[in-house]
Design a protein around this ligand. Structure first.
Ligand code: AMP
Length: 286
């Protein structure tokens, strides 16, 4: 790890872009790499299945790992460094310092996966201090994570610009995810309900509905019609703070985020409702 850091120090007059990933790369990850390549002189892709962000009974052991395949994919993108540390490089013996972003990491994924964002914020802090990037690239696919990262960077005064890029989807609307590899044919077909449900909520919003409860009902209605999928939660929240809303505001972007189980696979997805009167950075959502 020290050697990557040392080599990067020699690039000090160049801009460094970091794309943190857990590997099993797909077109969603590669869209981040492409933008990093466009924006930065030096591109670092980290590949690390971070044990600290998985809870007991989650899929840490069976999470897909394919460093050879990832290296082949990245060869097309002229990446400067692939940083794939062993767990003990990130967490040396006696590691005992953790970073928690309070508030916005608590609802939704925070309830469903206690400790998840603490693991994310901690590993990113180590990666940021090791790589010292000027830019760090994240996907809107993990919208709450993107908000947590923005807050982490601001609060701990990292001199890093966080870039969040739109969710890449299959034709069916299914958001690309390394976990889609768990899905058999039937479940993959059924998993299209996540985006269908979000799109239905958007449609209801476009027709003038401003009650978060009704938008959530529109989501639930789609899940009721798909027996292979079970909705875990749907949140209608402020897109920056993750705070629950009583009414959809006309001047701020709203995030509709959900998690669902399709067979044994847990998937998440989201959309941003952008008020017509205001365009903000969350307008990345297609
Ligand atoms: P992961 O390997 O799942 O930790 O993801 C690494 C990064 O890729 C995160 O910033 C994700 O939000 C982003 N990402 C994952 N899937 C997609 C997708 N379908 N579209 C855009 N970005 C994605």
């Amino acid at each position: 790890m020290a050697s990557v850091a040392r080599r990067l120090r020699r690039e000090e007059d160049k801009t460094i872009g970091l794309v943190p990933t857990m590997g099993a790369l797909h077109e969603g990850h590669l869209s981040l790499v492409r933008e990093a390549r466009r924006m930065c002189d030096v591109v670092v892709v980290s590949v690390f299945v971070n044990p600290a962000q998985f809870g007991p009974g989650e899929d840490f052991e069976r999470y897909p790992r394919d460093l050879t395949g990832d290296t082949v994919k990245l060869a097309d993108y002229n990446v400067d460094y692939i940083f794939a540390p062993a767990p003990e490089e990130i967490y040396p013996k006696g590691f005992s310092t953790y970073v928690s972003v309070e508030g916005l990491s608590e609802p939704m994924e925070g309830v469903a996966r206690p400790g998840h964002f603490r693991g994310v914020a901690t590993v990113l802090t180590v990666l940021f201090n090791t790589i010292r990037p000027d830019f760090a690239f994240f996907g809107q696919k993990d919208a709450q994570q993107a908000s947590v990262v923005r807050r982490l960077v601001r609060d701990l005064a990292f001199d890093i610009e966080v870039v969040v890029l739109p969710t890449v989807r299959e034709q069916s609307g299914l958001a690309l995810s390394s976990r889609n590899a768990y899905l058999g044919d039937e479940d993959r077909r059924a998993a299209a309900v996540l985006y269908r449900a979000l799109s239905q909520a958007r449609e209801v919003y476009m027709e003038g509905e401003r009650s978060p409860k009704r938008l959530a009902e529109a989501v639930r209605g789609q899940f009721d019609a798909e027996p292979r999928a079970r909705l875990e939660y749907v949140g209608v929240v402020d897109a920056d703070t993750m705070e629950k809303l009583d009414r959809i505001p006309e001047d701020r972007p709203v995030l509709i985020a959900l998690a669902a189980h399709v067979g044994r696979t847990r998937l998440i997805d989201n959309i941003v409702l952008q008020p017509a009167r205001q365009k903000s950075r969350a307008s990345a959502e297609p």
